[in-house]
Design a protein around this ligand. Structure first.
Ligand code: PLP
Length: 363
């Protein structure tokens, strides 16, 4: 990205030499990404990130659909899908919510009860950002293909891509969202893959870039960063996923050994390796975060997008986590070490009893 930020800063749509170079950089990135995702280069629409990609998928398909129309999304979608679908219901498109089980997983059976001939879009994420649970997207997609040909299938793959196997074509997916910063790429860039033949209306107007589907000058360094991150991530995925999963399992085993009343959310489901959602009965998540933060451990309560909201997230509500359970999400990645894991366990072992005492008004 550096040369594109510092020197070759031309507009990729300009016709002069530098512009042509920038345009070539975008095209090369497009081809590289298409190869990793196993799609056609011209089917990729670059966006400002996962949120815009999700909005473009949901609104771009459903907003202009012939009425009556309904959309189906899971009860644990990221806010970029969840709140967008809720907004659609104010525009005359009915929202049907696909429930999840205690582990945060949807079922084909429930989907079959919600979908009808007026369903224009089904949006189910590949992996949940708070729990790490993987959804049976291939089974959902093949059911939809056989039973609901009018319905388009969108998958938010922001958390799942490269962390779990996904064959976009086998799974019958029509639209797929990706964000660079979940792959060690830059923040503020992502993409929506739109299968050829799927009709999407733009959210923005004003230019011919990206076939008018996402007008505006392309973020050339960001797009090149996204391509590099995806390519590198794809090369490393086998080794990284196996190592991170081992660390995650060791982390959870050790927390359960030292704090046996901890609940590991989604434990019985298939999960991406790098997310561990832990509930601690009798603790307030925010207070717990401060305590472990003081020991140098960084975790999250809920999703970063809603980090300032006090109430329990819709995801934790959907899987039935009691409101007096403080829930923290721990993320593990390429650079996480065994020492990090044991430092986090030690911090929790100290913090959890202290926070419980505080909650009971004891010093
Ligand atoms: N979808 C999921 C599942 C996410 O986890 C996130 C971000 O955390 C997003 C969408 C939004 O992506 P971005 O931050 O690139 O807008």
């Amino acid at each position: 990205m550096e040369p594109l930020l510092a020197g070759a800063f031309a507009n990729a749509s300009s016709l002069h030499g530098m512009g042509v170079d920038a345009g070539r950089a975008v095209q090369e990135a497009r081809v590289a990404i298409a190869e990793v995702l196993d799609v056609r280069a011209e089917e990729l629409v670059f966006t400002s990130g996962g949120t815009e990609a999700d909005n473009l998928a949901v609104l771009g398909v459903a907003r202009h659909a012939r009425r009556p129309a309904n959309v189906v999304c899971s009860a644990i979608e990221h806010a970029a899908v969840w709140e967008t679908c809720q907004g659609l219901s104010e525009e005359g498109v009915e929202l049907r919510v696909l429930p999840v089980d205690r582990n945060g997983v949807v079922s084909v059976q429930d989907l079959s009860r919600l979908v009808d001939s007026e369903t224009v879009l089904v949006s189910v994420m590949q992996a949940n950002n708070e729990l790490g649970t993987l959804q049976p997207v291939a089974a959902l997609g093949s059911w939809l293909r056989a039973n609901a040909p009018r319905a388009r299938f969108h998958v938010d793959a922001v958390q799942g891509i490269l962390r779990a196997p996904l064959d976009i074509h086998d799974a019958g997916i029509d639209l797929l969202s990706v964000s660079a910063h979940k792959l060690y790429g830059p923040k503020g860039v992502g993409l929506l893959w739109v299968r050829s033949g799927v009709h999407v209306r733009p959210l923005l107007y004003g230019g011919d870039q990206q076939r008018g589907l996402r007008p505006g000058t392309e973020n050339v360094p960001g797009i090149v960063g996204l391509a590099t991150a995806l390519r590198r991530g794809a090369a490393l995925r086998g080794e990284v996923n196996a190592r991170v999963e081992r660390l995650r399992d060791a982390f959870e085993t050790e927390v359960l050994r030292r704090l046996p009343d901890t609940v590991v959310n989604g434990r019985a489901a298939v999960r991406v390796p790098g997310i561990s959602s832990l509930s601690f009965p009798g603790c307030t998540a925010e207070v717990l975060l401060h305590h472990i933060g003081a020991e140098g451990v960084a975790a999250a309560s809920g999703s970063a997008c809603h980090a300032r909201r006090k109430e329990q997230s819709h995801v934790l509500q959907a899987i039935g986590v009691p409101s007096d359970h403080g829930t923290l999400r721990f993320s593990l990645g390429r650079s996480t070490t065994e020492e990090d894991i044991f430092a986090a366990v030690a911090a929790l072992e100290k913090a959890v009893p202290a926070v419980r005492r505080l909650g009971r008004g004891q010093p």
